[in-house]
Ligand binder design. Structure first.
Ligand code: ZN
Length: 123
């Protein structure tokens, strides 16, 4: 009776698609710089390791039903990222983040991974 359960709140698909695309580009960029896309299955795609990280990240993105309403992952009760994967994504963001900021809402994606405010804020 007028009570809104969090389960019924589905994030707008468009927003999810944008964030998924953003993180995919960030991972591809990181792979170009670090792995040379070695053993990539698709031309221009990431190496198998990064492809795995990408698949994992987009899966987490889809399953994160808190969407825009969630606080930050630090406070989130659902642990989307396994610690190891989380470290990988943070590493990717450290590298690709500043390069992506011009074109993409990278902070929106960073929000999904970590509750930090802005890069370089701790100093
Ligand atoms: Zn790679």
């Amino acid at each position: 009776m007028g009570y809104h359960c969090a389960m019924s709140t589905v994030p707008p698909p468009r927003r999810l698609a944008r964030e998924e695309r953003t993180i995919a580009e960030m991972i591809a960029m990181y792979c170009r710089g670090h792995h040379g896309q070695a053993g990539a299955r698709d031309p221009g795609g990431p190496c198998p390791d990064c492809a795995e990280l990408m698949a994992y990240a987009s899966l987490r993105l889809e399953e994160c039903r808190y969407g825009a309403e969630k606080p930050t992952c630090a406070k989130c009760t659902t642990h989307c990222y396994k610690p190891a994967m989380r470290e990988c994504v943070r590493e990717v963001m450290r590298y690709s983040g500043p390069r992506m900021l011009k074109r993409h809402p990278v902070l929106a994606v960073a929000h999904l991974v970590d509750g930090r405010k802005t890069p370089g804020d701790e100093g």
